[in-house]
Design a protein around this ligand. Structure first.
Ligand code: 6PG
Length: 470
């Protein structure tokens, strides 16, 4: 099968970086952007790679500049711009050509677009691309959804440009239509959780101990030499150490404490709930971003309700490390559980070990843990649950006491730990052989005659509360 020629619509920061990566790997690429000057800037700064980059001034020119079969990557904002690009391309493309959406699209939109584009006789791939501009330039992690026959002509190019883990490309085809974008969405949900866990630990030391950011940096740098090694741990130590050149203050101290979100974390939670899964740690992270945005309210509330730690605290750094590890494992476990639910619902047969492997390099959540996660998924685990694998169960048994100590201390001192504490609750709920839903069922039956199952006999039953009910 012939390798496709490459085109790109959307030459922004990510698009420019990906174009250079594709060119560097020996492929010519035709470029189109609404604002043509970004293409000029790219080509002018591309050095010897410039000969591989072709500027075009319309979608029609882009298509005619490419030999068949063509693969056109869209790196435009999710939503309407993707549909507009498809509308412009469809009349110009021919059978064997492929449109590749490389943005953070909602997987349900990708499912609908796949059908629309395939009905028009054109291939469609929804590809989650992770790693930011740096990743796009030097090797992103990529999660592909679409038909296997659409993937084959694209595969050589994408394997070449992907991040490599010990030589293995961090790109894989995971399933049909929206599968790749769904895997990317959950990646981002885990990303939100991991970022929030780190932010909470930073908050404990800043607000509980009154420490300067630079004094916290070495702790994260040290953690990055061990089992917590990850891109997010690494950049955290760099962010903590950074100084604002204008004021000489720590950069963190001049950043407004409001976090934005484009939607993927929220989608993870929405889809988890739709699929009957708990994503409580990810939800805590999304909720924390929402509350962060209510800055005015927080300021008023601080005046009325008091702010910061109730008293000066001292946190044990080893406990914080263990707490982060336990909570990180639990948030990954939630993410993989959501992937399992989606795989079952859409019949995707997702390969969870392969997902962990694709996330080992290039993406934002790349971390040392992912190797162990892949190994765990390749072996038998009780109930198919990551946290019940020998490896992760023994880490959790060892580290959970530290997470409990950290959260207890934080709660008693009035410091917010939404994600860390959600991790404990999820862990404790899952390990209760006898939960408390007997009470929920009793209440449902009492007020709504919903009936309940009995432990001692079959069938649906009602409680002896008819008299009280009437
Ligand atoms: C990645 C990132 C990337 C981006 C998200 C973050 O994997 O490279 O996840 O996709 O940073 O858009 O989303 P928020 O703006 O919602 O934080």
């Amino acid at each position: 099968m012939a390798t496709a020629s490459m085109g790109l619509i959307g030459v922004g920061t990510m698009g420019s970086a990906l174009a250079l990566n594709i060119a560097e790997n020996g492929h010519d690429i035709a470029l189109y952007n609404l604002a043509p000057s970004t293409i000029d800037d790219l080509i002018n700064g591309a050095g010897e790679l410039a000969t591989r980059l072709t500027k075009t001034n319309s979608v029609a020119e882009l298509v005619s500049a490419m030999p068949k079969p063509r693969a056109i990557i869209l790196l435009v904002p999710a939503g309407a711009p993707v549909d507009m690009s498809i509308d412009a391309l469809l009349p110009l493309l021919e059978g064997g050509d492929t449109i590749i959406d490389g943005g953070n699209s909602d997987f349900r939109e990708t499912q609908a677009r796949t059908k629309r584009v395939e009905d028009a006789g054109i291939n469609y791939l929804g590809v989650g691309v992770s790693g930011g501009a740096e990743g796009a330039r030097h090797g992103p992690s990529m999660m592909v959804g679409g038909s296997p026959s659409a993937w084959e002509p694209i595969r050589p190019v994408f394997e070449a440009i992907a991040a490599k883990h010990e030589g293995t490309p961090c790109v894989a085809h995971f399933g049909p239509d929206g599968a790749g974008h769904f895997v990317k969405t959950v990646h981002n949900g885990i990303e939100y959780a991991d970022m929030q866990l780190i932010a909470e630990i930073y908050g404990l030391l800043r607000d509980g101990e009154g420490r300067e950011p630079a004094s916290i940096a070495p702790m994260f740098a040290r953690w990055n030499d061990g089992i917590l090694k990850s891109y997010l741990t690494e950049i955290t130590s760099k962010i903590l150490a950074a100084v604002d050149p204008e004021t000489g203050k720590p950069v963190l101290d001049i950043i407004v404490d409001k976090a934005g979100q484009k939607g993927t974390g929220r989608w993870t939670v929405i889809e988890a709930i739709r699929m009957g899964q708990s994503a409580s740690i990810i939800e805590a992270a999304v909720g924390a971003r929402v509350l962060s945005s209510e800055r005015d309210t927080r300021k008023v509330a601080a005046g009325i309700l008091g702010t910061g730690a109730l008293s000066a605290q001292s946190f044990d750094e080893d406990d914080l490390e263990a707490a982060f590890l336990a909570a990180r494992i639990l948030s990954y476990a939630q993410g993989f559980r959501i992937l399992k639910a989606a795989s079952d619902e859409f019949d995707w047969s997702l390969d969870f070990a392969q997902i962990a492997e694709v996330w080992r390099e290039g993406c934002i959540i790349r971390s040392a843990l992912l190797d162990d996660i892949a190994t765990a998924f390749r072996s038998e685990m009780p109930e198919g649950r990551l946290i019940l694998s020998d490896h992760f169960a023994s880490i959790l048994l060892e580290k959970m006491p530290a997470l409990r100590r950290v959260v207890a201390q934080a709660v008693l001192s009035g410091l917010p730990v939404a994600a860390l504490s959600s991790a404990i609750s999820w862990f404790d709920e899952i390990r209760q052989a006898r939960g408390t839903a007997d009470m929920i069922q009793g209440q449902r039956d009492f007020f709504g005659a919903h009936s309940f199952l009995r432990l001692d006999k079959d069938g649906a039953h009602h409680g002896p509360w008819h008299a009280e009910r009437s």
